[in-house]
Design a protein around this ligand. Structure first.
Ligand code: FE
Length: 355
């Protein structure tokens, strides 16, 4: 008797649980506007690592019902992984820094073309691939930083001027292995021709304060340590240092100022971080939706600010810090060319023994 009652109660509880679970499921289905049972998701291979992104992706999921799965890794490792995985890859989107690196991914046939009016409207022509295989999402400038006590702003003008004898032993810049400098030289090939680009690289090597070492931030630190007077670095690293948790980095950054070179001539070198749909994406539509979301004005603001970068969407203003550095003229260049000229740039840098 008792047993029978218990059995009935257990059955009823199970039934109730099933009904509730069923309700939950149908709600989920409704919120994603999708009646089939396939889980809506998108897998993003990314070298980005900012806390603010979690909120951005959570908001995207709330709006669209599409879950964003992040697979994080270093830039070149992710390219290797996509290559190795081939058709079997779970990756729908690849996000990384530098147009040169995105071009490698394109060259290795890891990406596919995307037609989206929204992306074409939100992202200027020159900041996306000529075949729409990748799209810039944030923008950075490769600037000169200088010690306010040792250098007067009036002494600075262009990248080219840093090759003059006046700067002998005073220029800090990282190695030629780094894509940022390769892309800088690529831009000079486009704007001034190979001979001029080589002349520049030669002149910089001649004026280096030391053999290249460390990353962009280490060049700024080199100025503070008295090793040189000027450094070439990406603008966001300077923003990172000003806002660093390491008081030493803040101290160094406060000693320095930002200068945007070539304002009277070809403009300051800019580059991007960007994204593309992988060749073998299983969730292409969701991937495009996420790209469009990330290029939209409201998201651009936070997405760019997370790493002290400039939004690519022209409707969006840069952060207060970036505005305080002033507006500047950018190189007028389709960034696809940075990738197309990469091999020539590397060759030039080797020829002039840029370590
Ligand atoms: Fe970087």
């Amino acid at each position: 008797m008792f047993k029978k009652n218990l059995f009935t109660v257990v059955t009823m509880v199970l039934l109730a649980a099933l009904v509730l679970a069923g309700c939950g499921k149908s709600n989920e289905g409704a919120s994603s506007n999708n009646n089939d049972t396939k889980k809506e998701e998108v897998n993003l291979y990314t070298s980005r690592h900012y806390e603010v992104d979690d909120k951005i992706f959570a908001d995207f999921t709330k709006e669209t019902g599409i879950k964003v799965n992040l697979i994080k890794g270093k830039e070149d490792e992710l390219i290797e992984r996509l290559t190795r995985e081939g058709k079997a890859t779970k990756g729908d989107l690849f996000f990384t820094s530098d147009a040169g690196r995105l071009h490698w991914a394109k060259d290795k046939d890891l990406l596919q073309s995307v037609e989206s009016e929204t992306l074409n409207k939100n992202i200027p022509d020159n900041l996306r691939d000529k075949d729409n295989q990748w799209f810039g999402l944030t923008k950075r400038a490769r600037v000169i930083v200088y010690d306010q006590k040792k250098v007067d702003k009036s002494e600075l003008s262009t990248y080219e001027a840093l090759t003059e004898d006046k700067w002998k032993g005073k220029v800090l810049i990282r190695s030629s292995e780094n894509i940022y400098n390769q892309s800088l030289v690529s831009s000079f090939i486009s704007l001034n021709g190979k001979d001029e680009a080589k002349k520049w690289a030669e002149g910089i090597v001649k004026n280096m304060a030391r053999d290249p070492q460390g990353g962009d931030k280490d060049q700024a630190k080199g100025i503070a340590a008295g090793e040189g007077d000027v450094a070439i670095m990406n603008s966001y690293y300077f923003g990172q240092m000003l806002n660093s948790e390491d008081p030493e980095e803040v101290k160094v950054a406060k000693q320095l100022s930002v200068f945007f070179p070539n304002q009277e001539t070809t403009g300051t070198h800019i580059n991007i971080s960007g994204i593309g749909v992988t060749k073998h994406a299983n969730n292409k539509e969701n991937a495009i939706k996420l790209m469009e979301y990330l290029s939209s004005p409201k998201v651009q603001e936070v997405f760019a600010e997370a790493n002290y970068e400039y939004p690519v969407n022209k409707e969006v203003e840069p952060s207060e810090l970036l505005k305080s550095w002033g507006p500047f003229k950018e190189q007028d260049l389709n960034l696809s060319e940075l990738g197309e000229n990469n091999a020539d740039a590397v060759k030039i840098m080797n020829e002039v023994s840029w370590k």
